[in-house]
Write a protein that binds this ligand. Structure first.
Ligand code: SAM
Ligand code: SF4
Length: 330
């Protein structure tokens, strides 16, 4: 098992498939993009499947989430999903995506064994989308969402980040729309993981703000925290249920004590936390001449054993990690 000194067990693996992206969300990437990882540094499809296999068969991982960057930009995605679905035990598998291109690939991903998707969408207004993401692709995301639902990649969850002065007035409209479309909406507090280091605690929209805004139109009753652990959203029943809305309050209501995650970057580094400042090089173990699955599992376990108690966000000495969200795998 991937256990740490605080007794937490990591059963949820986030795998970043690329650090590249076709959007430039202001809270994530600068307009000009980033210095992308060099191809030889990226894990190959075979290496990813091998690592997921080790995680699932030897280390107790039960759930795998593919992310990025934009995972739909990875040419081998469908094949990776298919091969991971053939593992025994078979992990639950989902994808976090901006939805661009999902219209073309949703059915193939479902057929390959993907269970669900989380699609990121912050606004219902095409002009605001263009300001927030610096690309005119709103329609593509809506099409991708509908294709995911039609392909049965359900429940389709929608991730939304609210930014002050841009889309922070849209929470009730987004919820009404999600209910109508059959999507499960989750708001994510903006975190200090942007490449530009522009995050300010004073400026962010908090879970409290989001709930107050939603309550202007909806009756919300707490449902508790998602049981499976993999989604740290606090959930509320909307107007008595059965529909729900979630809020992931990583900044103002951190859930570190219940964290069950381990992360793999696209260049094969294990991260114990989004906010970790240290990484462990699994790629080196993987590419070592006689690197066995046992060796790799040992390195991974050791990395997780050193996981810190919390994100350190509340510590005045908090240092933002060097890698931005798009390169860690959100
Ligand atoms: N490109 C895909 C997408 O946008 O869904 C996957 C990667 S993205 C880094 C994963 C999630 O992280 C998205 O839902 C995005 O909104 C969120 N995200 C990115 N930067 C963030 C930040 N600074 N604070 C909070 N969430 C952030
Ligand atoms: Fe790309 Fe996702 Fe970052 Fe937006 S949040 S820039 S879609 S990686």
């Amino acid at each position: 098992m991937l256990i740490d000194t605080y007794g937490r067990v990591a059963t949820d693996l986030r795998v970043s498939l690329t650090d590249r992206c076709n959007l430039r969300c202001t809270y994530c990437m600068p307009e000009e993009g980033l210095q992308w990882l060099a191809k030889p540094d990226l894990l190959t499809d075979d290496e990813i499947v091998r690592l997921v296999g080790i995680a699932v068969t030897r280390l107790g991982v039960e759930e795998v989430r593919f992310t990025g960057g934009e995972p739909l930009l990875r040419p081998g995605l469908v094949g990776i999903v298919e091969r991971c679905a053939a593992l025994d035990p078979r992990p639950r598998m989902s994808l976090t995506t901006n939805g661009i291109g999902l219209g073309r690939t949703a059915a193939a991903l479902k057929a390959a064994g993907l269970d669900r998707v989380n699609v990121s969408l912050d606004t219902l207004r095409p002009d605001v989308f263009k300001t927030l993401t610096r690309r005119d692709r709103h329609r593509d995301v809506l099409e991708g969402l509908a294709a995911a639902r039609d392909a049965g990649l359900t429940p389709v969850k929608v991730n939304t980040v609210l930014m002050p002065g841009l889309n922070d007035d849209e929470a009730p409209d987004l919820l009404a729309w999600a209910l109508e479309q059959g999507y499960e909406l989750r708001f994510i507090e903006q975190m200090p993981l942007d490449a530009q280091h522009g995050w300010k605690r004073d400026g962010m929209i908090t879970a409290g703000d989001i709930l107050a805004s939603l309550r202007t139109r909806f009756d919300l009753t707490p449902e508790g925290t998602e049981q499976r652990g993999s989604a740290p959203a606090e959930r509320w029943l909307v107007d008595g249920g059965p529909h729900r809305v979630g809020v992931i309050a990583s900044v103002t209501r951190p859930f570190c004590a219940a964290c069950d995650r381990t992360r793999l970057t696209a260049d094969g580094q294990v991260r114990t936390c989004l906010f970790a400042t240290e990484e462990t090089d699994l790629r080196a173990a993987l590419r070592a001449e006689h690197g066995s699955d046992d060796d790799i599992a040992r390195v991974w376990k050791l990395a997780m054993w050193g996981k810190k108690a919390g994100s350190g966000l509340d510590d005045p000495a908090f240092l933002q990690p060097e890698r931005p969200m798009s390169a860690i795998g959100g």
